[in-house]
Structure formats: C-alpha cells, structure tokens
Design a protein around this ligand. Structure first.
Ligand SMILES: [Fe+2]
Length: 479
C-alpha cells in the first residue's frame, strides 16, 4: 500500500502525514552543525525528541498517535553539535521491516486482539526518560519500554525491569529528584485497569499495586508530591459496550465527575483516596506539591476533549475525533475536608508543558508551555513561560509558518534560581521545509534564541523531549 492509497482511506487528506508532519525516511548522522548565535558554554549532553513517524504506508486510517517511534537527537560537546535520527527498533517495526510493509493497524481501525502484546503495535513513540543509567523510550498505550543508547540513539531492546513489571509501563513516569525513585503507572482495556508502581534509585521495582477503577480509562500522565502520587479517573474512555463487541470508540461522559486519586508513595491500591472535580480531560500535568492541608495540582485542563461537531470554525487543533483546547489550570485538593477548588489561570491554549524537573513534587513557579496555533492540526506557534502562582506570562513568538513543540528546561550549570537555564526545542520552518534546534534563555524568552542549530533535514512535529547531561550519559548501564 502506498502513502497516497493510505491517505484515501481517510475521509479527507490526512493532515498528520503531510506538511510539517510528513515523516522522514532516512536515518542520518550529521556532525559540526551550522550554528547561528552561540551555544552556551555550560551546555553539554544530548537533547532528544520522540516522534510518530510511520516507516511504511499505514494500513487503513491513520491517527497521529499510531506512527512508529523516531528519535531526533542533537548531541552537544565542546560547543559543537551532532544530529542523528533513528527509529525505535520495536518488535513490531522489525516484523514489518522483514515483511516490507505495514502489518498493524492503528487506533482508528477495529483492533485485532490476536496480536501478541495487545491489539496495537507498541511503537515506543511517545516519551523519553532517563533513570538509573538507562535511557528509555516509552509508549502512551503502555507495554515494555525500549532502552536506547546515548548519544548514538541505537535501540538496545525491550526493557521490562528484568521481568519485574506486573504488566507494562506507560509514558510519563516521574523521577523524584530528592529520592531518585521512579514512579510509574500502567493502564489497560482489561482488569486490572490500572497498576501503580515505584522503582528505587537503582532501578529495582520495589512496589506495584493494582488500582481499582470503574472501567478502562485513558490516563496519560501522573503527578507526584513529596509523599503522594496523583492518579486520574477522567470520564474519557473506551465505550464499554463497543469494547465487549471487540470494537473501540472513545467517548467523553460529561455526566461523570473528573476524579483525582491521591495515593501514598508506596501505598497499596486500597489506600487511594478519590476527590471529585468538574469533568475534564488532561494529557499532561505540570506539577503538584503539598501546602498545609492541601495538594496543589497544576496542569493543562481540557473542558471538552471530543467536539460534538465535525465543523471547526475556531480552527482549533483537531486530532481526528479529539480536540485540543487545553488551558492552564490549578486544582487545590483539601485532604482534610475532601473538597477540590479549581481555577483556570489563562485563556490561551497551550500543551506539552515542561518545568525545572529538579523541583518536581515541590512548590514551583514556572512552567514552559508551547502555545497552540489556530490551525486545523496541532501546531505550536510560540513558547509561553508562565508564573503558575500568578498567571503572569512571557512569550517567544516563533514567527509566521514556524512551528515548535515541547521545550525541555535545561538548568544552567551551578544554578540555584528556578528559572536559571535554557529552553531547548526544535522549530520547523514551513517556508523552506527546514528545521532548527533553538536554545532560549529561560529568563528572557521574548528576546528569542541564543542559538539556532541548523538540522540538515526536516524534523517533523513530534511529542516529548528529554535532556540528558553528559554527566548522566557517562553513567549509562547497558546490561
Ligand atoms: Fe504525553
């Protein structure tokens, strides 16, 4: 099947296979990249982004979440930069490479439950996380992680903590910067619908427990505080009746509350407390922390993730049946009274937020949020720095037809101020189909980049980014 034929399988040309989203097919290495401006002297390590990038023309309808994982990395050493892009070599991709064409269908097609490991291909396409000497590519629908070597981005194989995972691991585990623990979760269409777990600073799983849920849920992220983990039961889920018929359709039920679960760091499933909030969906949290009797949670809240109409007069970002209009939001969960107070902090849509991860789980002010453009697809036309305590903001506008993505925060060497550091982010230029890695001063986003590093091929719009400093790269364990 060719790409053109795959496109005709959709009702209209698939905007997530064309333009800024067009997949790339060459895996290249390019040294001594051209730099406009100057790479800060204290920046040394690897910036890597995960992205969906179908190797073969999709079978049937394509959703942006379906594509094979491709990593785009820029390794910086001695002020010089090297670019590499490599597929995450998953079992499914290897099987398809052997066949020479796609064998798996995506989430818009009827799932094939005969496939080993679940109906959908574990693409490893979503998130990246470095923990206990291992750099891991993670998948939003859960499964084994894949270990990747830095800086050359070679996939070393599937990783399941030496067989200790109860079932799988989702995207968006968190490392507690104080204890070095990895806090993770896993969700599925079959009971138990969720697992929650903790690995210690050495990467050994020390705690796993099933979480009772009313049905299969689509949780994408978690948040941690010093003593607790926040899990979510949001009313967006696979339609249970259709699931019984072997089909999948995602629905959003506004008649149900959004529930925020608070579980002690190593608590068993029966110790979770659920707190009810207004119905919502949220892909990504920003942070959470304890303050007196309360837990404060900040994230990008979506009031209605599934539009009633196919019309899109406001040109809001659509992902097939999903719509992204997330707004900066704060919940205050009172552990004594059981109540939740919540407030929206801005009316500008933003997503893929990042913070200074050294303060994860602790009181924090700043968040760096890509601003969602008024375009039919999910595109980001600037980067907003928020003071999440006041709602104040500062913005770097990328300019016409320039689209960015998640910007990782890289602390300046020896810095103690929360925002002393850099925001690093790929920016695509729609005028000439080129891409750059931008390095911004996090204390002065509106002045634009300190350095633009030219990438010798398009870097299609993608998902999550990770910065791994050279000191961490040197601790890698390949066993
Ligand atoms: Fe995500």
């Amino acid at each position: 099947m060719t790409t053109d034929r795959a496109a005709t399988a959709d009702a209209e040309p698939n905007g997530y296979l064309t333009g800024p989203f067009s997949p790339v097919h060459r895996e290249i290495t390019a040294e001594n990249l051209v730099v406009e401006g100057e790479i800060p002297a204290d920046v040394a390590g690897s910036f890597v982004r995960n992205s969906p990038n179908p190797k073969f023309a999709p079978q049937g309808r394509y959703h942006w979440f379906d594509g094979d994982g491709m990593l785009h990395g820029v390794h910086i050493a001695g002020g010089k930069a090297t670019y590499r892009n490599r597929f995450v070599r998953t079992a499914g991709l290897m099987e398809e490479t052997e066949a020479g064409h796609a064998l798996h269908t995506g989430i818009l097609e009827r799932p094939d439950y005969r496939k080993p490991g679940g109906p959908f291909k574990n693409t490893g396409n979503t998130d990246l996380h470095f923990h206990a000497g291992k750099f891991l590519a993670l998948w939003w629908l859960c499964g084994d992680a894949h270990q990747v070597r830095l800086p050359d981005l070679e996939t070393l194989g599937a990783f399941n903590f030496g067989g200790a995972l109860a079932r799988g691991i989702s995207a968006h585990p968190k490392t507690d910067p104080r204890t070095g623990e990895l806090i993770f979760f896993d969700y599925a269409m079959q009971p138990p619908f969720m697992y929650y777990g903790v690995a210690d600073a050495c990467g050994e799983i020390v705690h796993q427990t099933p979480i009772e849920m009313p049905g299969p849920r689509l949780q994408h992220d978690i948040a941690i505080t010093e003593h607790y983990t926040l899990l979510f039961d949001m009313p967006m889920y696979w339609d249970p009746e259709l699931l019984r018929q072997g089909k999948t359709k995602v629905v959003f039920n506004r008649d149900l509350p959004g529930r925020i679960g608070v579980i002690p760091r190593r608590g068993n499933g029966d110790t979770i407390r659920w707190f009810e909030a207004a119905p919502f969906y949220m892909y990504h949290t920003i942070n959470a922390y304890e303050e007196g009797d309360e837990i404060v949670l900040v994230g990008c809240r979506i009031d209605n993730p599934i539009p009633e109409s196919r019309e899109n007069p406001l040109r809001r970002a659509r992902l097939t049946f999903l719509e992204l209009h997330p707004l900066l939001h704060r919940w205050r969960i009172n552990l004594v009274t059981g109540t939740v107070k919540e407030e929206s902090l801005d009316d500008v849509a933003s997503e893929f937020p990042r913070t200074n991860d050294r303060l994860l789980g602790a009181a924090q002010r700043y968040s760096y949020n890509p601003r969602i453009a008024r375009e039919p697809q999910l595109l980001f036309d600037g980067l907003i720095k928020y003071d999440t305590t006041t709602g104040a903001s500062w913005t770097c506008d990328y300019g016409p037809r320039r689209w960015g993505g998640e910007a990782v925060f890289v602390p300046r060497a020896g810095a103690t101020e929360e925002d002393a550091g850099y925001c690093m982010n790929f920016v695509y230029n729609g005028d000439d189909d080129s891409s750059e890695l931008w390095i911004l001063d996090a204390q002065d986003l509106p002045s634009g980049p300190l350095a633009k590093i030219g990438i010798p091929q398009r870097v299609p719009i993608g998902y999550h980014t990770c910065w791994v400093g050279q000191d961490e790269i040197d601790t890698q364990i390949f066993a």
